[in-house]
Design a protein around this ligand. Structure first.
Ligand code: 3H9
Length: 700
């Protein structure tokens, strides 16, 4: 058979193999191919059993996401899966690599499931702002039970072969060649006279199910604030308890159709493709040979260095951490151990996994021990003189070809690179705190960074489960540069009439986990104070970046949550911000000193001044070529700063709102408040030509 589905006969077994690289997505041609192959197998009296498998890197990555939002072509995936399940001849699915989304649902429609040891399954639709739309919410709870099904549907994560076997998703893990093993399994069914075993006909376990559902409802209200998809998933699973699969699938379909049209799902699909697009680096050939990375070294075992080292250890890399003294080293390693133990207590990893991670650590106080490292990541104090010393030492001890990376969040990577004799090997790898949790790796290419080093670092981001974005050198790179501008506006709004709690509430309601002032208190205000001092000394411009209020607060000895007072006050040992009349007094007195008559600031103005400023600065970053594409900026903000995923990042949000509207508002704000709010040239150009940032990106 030609096309994206192969058909072969192996004795009494028909093999249907998906062949639609790279991930066998279930686009219309594949669905038609499978339907035709089933018809053929059913019509052939010599065929007694069917094996469904996949060629290429995995069994199936699910429905073809690029088809979403376009008119649906028949056979739809649900129709196809029902057809497969109705087959009178037993169907065995053979899973290698990933079987996710529609790929998992098609497996649920098969009568038996085998996999090799690479097999993993999951329903990641939630990550696209969707629910499984081809029977997943109805069949999975029937097969493995309500609670594990909800974990998989709401978590969106993948389950490995061992666990799949334990849950009853897989019937067997086949050693050796999977297709040969699956055909053997099929012949076994024929021999034993076993017929179809339909998931849709299985009884759902109702005992305790309602309590489980209620518990999940509570969980998602907190965890997925503002997102529609999780509640729709629960609704569909709940329906599975009381109605037939056919009825349940109708409800599921209705929910899917509603979600697929929603802005939230569009935003999350945008982020899915953005993550992949980010790996296409300008000036770097996709076949660039990567450097081999096995031995990782991290300099500094404070909060940041430790988090970075843990990210590597957790992903299976051997990590050497270097500290200045044995005491600092011992403290750092003990803190890492404690964090892993916390994960064991919360049931996230097993004790064996925690022990294995710690066993990957080696501590040292001697630079000579870094000689075999394939990459060294420096995470020392944010001071150029210290960084240059560190890089000078690395240059002296590291082997040729080692990548020398800096975790600086704002210093000039080119200047750091020039402290070595090998600037082509130097790159920024900016992690976000806590580095073992936060997904963003803002990688920074210097003027001299080689294509090979850029490509290797991007691949490394993926290998340790991070979202990598490559950006250019400027003050604050992409993320912090935009943050400075947004925070300035928040502070100026204080001078004009707002209070921290009002601004934080608007930003929280927009969808961020917290507003800028609560965030400042959490991070520690003394850190920001040092950064501002450094920036004033190093980037003297005519712009007034921040209000004096921020400095005065620190000078009053208020360092944030760590000493129980910052922009807010905190109860002894507490973490809940409480508005403080002292701060209101300070803010009002600064306004008076500046001769500003305080006014009522509306929530709308707060949102526009803060969020549109992000967009405007993002547009300038694009003009300057610091970010390659708008979607890279979106990734930085979603994965590094908690920008709400349902809005897709600042540049996608600009498109959703309308670039012309943003431009109009920026013009008005500029007229009222001056130069910091001048519309970016690119914003103006797009608005004038009726274009969006997506149009701009598609032309790149
Ligand atoms: C669904 O199934 C809905 C149903 O419930 C109901 C329907 C009615 N479609 O990630 P990679 C592309 S929703 C289209 O770099 P890996 C991807 O863009 C779907 N394209 O490779 C990239 O393209 P490019 C639920 C897809 O080996 C290329 O394939 N499924 C799809 O690291 C390679 O991707 C998901 O959410 C797709 N479904 O990882 C899928 N999937 O090279 C989640 C991938 O041009 N996907 N592409 O940039 C994954 O987890 C990974 O892609 C996978 C492969 C593990 C499969």
């Amino acid at each position: 058979m030609t096309g994206p589905v192969d058909y072969e006969i192996h004795g009494a077994v028909a093999l249907i193999a998906l062949n639609n690289p790279p991930v066998n997505a279930l686009g219309i041609a594949v669905r038609e191919g499978i339907a035709a192959a089933i018809d053929k197998a059913e019509a052939d009296d010599n065929v007694k059993c069917i094996v469904l498998a996949g060629r290429n890197r995995c069994f199936c990555g699910g429905a073809d996401i690029t088809e979403f939002g376009k008119p649906r072509k028949e056979p739809s995936l649900s129709v196809l899966i029902n057809r497969l399940e109705a087959s009178e001849k037993p169907v065995v699915v053979a899973i290698h690599g990933t079987a996710v989304g529609g790929g998992c649902e098609i497996s649920l429609g098969c009568h038996y499931r085998v996999g090799d040891k690479t097999a993993r399954f999951g329903l990641p639709e939630i990550n696209l702002g969707l629910l499984p739309g081809a029977g997943g919410t109805q069949r999975l709870p029937r097969l493995i039970g309500i609670a594990p099904a909800l974990d998989i549907i709401l978590g969106g994560e993948y389950v490995d072969a061992e666990k799949a076997l334990e849950l009853g998703f897989l019937d067997a893990i086949v050693p050796g060649d999977l297709i040969a093993g699956a055909i053997d399994f099929a012949n076994g069914l024929i021999r034993d006279g076993k017929g179809p075993r339909r998931t849709a006909e299985m009884e759902i376990e109702k005992e305790g199910a309602q309590a489980t559902l209620d518990e999940y409802k509570k969980k998602i209200a907190k965890r997925s604030r503002g997102l529609i998809a999780p509640a729709r998933c629960i609704e569909a699973v709940e329906a599975a308890m009381s109605i037939s699969v056919a009825e349940g699938m109708k409800l599921e379909r209705k929910n899917f159709d509603e979600l697929v049209q929603s802005d939230q799902s569009k935003a999350q699909r945008h982020l899915f493709f953005a993550e992949r697009q980010a790996h296409k680096l300008p000036g770097v050939d996709k076949d660039t040979e990567l450097r081999k990375i096995e031995q990782v070294a991290v300099i500094g075992c404070g909060t940041m260095g430790r988090g970075i080292a843990m990210s590597f250890a957790s992903a299976g890399f051997a990590v050497t951490v270097l500290e200045q003294s044995h005491d600092a080293l011992d403290n750092g390693l003990a803190a890492a151990k404690k964090t892993y133990e916390g994960s064991v207590k919360r049931g996230r990893i097993t004790q064996e996994e925690a022990d294995a991670c710690m066993a990957r650590f080696t501590g040292t106080v001697d630079y000579a021990d870094l000689k075999d490292a394939d990459i060294v990541i420096e995470a020392v104090f944010e001071d150029m003189t210290i960084k240059k010393q560190v890089f000078g030492q690395l240059d002296a001890v590291c082997k040729p070809g080692a990548i020398l990376a800096t975790n600086t969040s704002s210093l000039d990577v080119d200047e750091i690179a020039n402290a070595t004799s090998r600037p082509a090997d130097v790159v920024g790898t900016h992690f976000f705190s806590p580095a073992n949790i936060m997904k963003l790796m803002e990688n920074v290419r210097g003027k001299a960074t080689s294509p090979e080093v850029q490509a290797t670092v991007m691949k490394l981001s993926k290998d340790i489960g991070k979202v990598g974005v490559m950006v250019g050198v400027c003050d604050g790179f992409v993320g912090n540069r935009m943050l400075y501008r947004y925070r300035s506006q928040a502070e100026f709004l204080l001078e004009e009439g707002a209070l921290p709690e009002q601004i934080d509430k608007v930003i929280y309601d927009f969808g961020f986990p917290m507003g800028p002032f609560a965030m400042g208190d959490l991070a520690g205000l003394d850190v920001g104070y040092m950064v501002r001092k450094h920036r004033r000394e190093n980037f003297p411009t005519n712009d007034r970046y921040s209000s004096t209020i921020a400095d005065r607060i620190v000078e009053m000895g208020r360092h944030g949550q760590k000493n129980g007072m910052g922009w807010y006050k905190y109860a002894e040992g507490g973490r809940t911000p409480e508005p403080d009349p002292e701060i209101a007094k300070l803010v009002e007195s600064v306004s008076a000193e500046m001769g500003i008559t305080r006014r009522d600031v509306t929530d709308r103005e707060i949102m526009e001044r803060c969020m549109y400023t992000l967009i405007n600065e993002g547009a300038k970053i694009l003009e300057e070529g610091i970010a390659t594409r708008p979607s890279d900026i979106d990734l930085v903000w979603v994965h590094g700063y908690g920008y709400p995923i349902g809005k897709g990042g600042p540049m996608f949000f600009a498109d959703l709102t309308g670039v012309d509207k943003i431009h109009e508002t920026m013009k008005r704000l500029h007229d009222a408040h001056g130069d910091l709010l001048r519309p970016a040239a690119l914003l103006e150009e797009l608005a004038m030509s009726g274009k969006s940032f997506a149009d701009y990106q598609s032309k790149k």
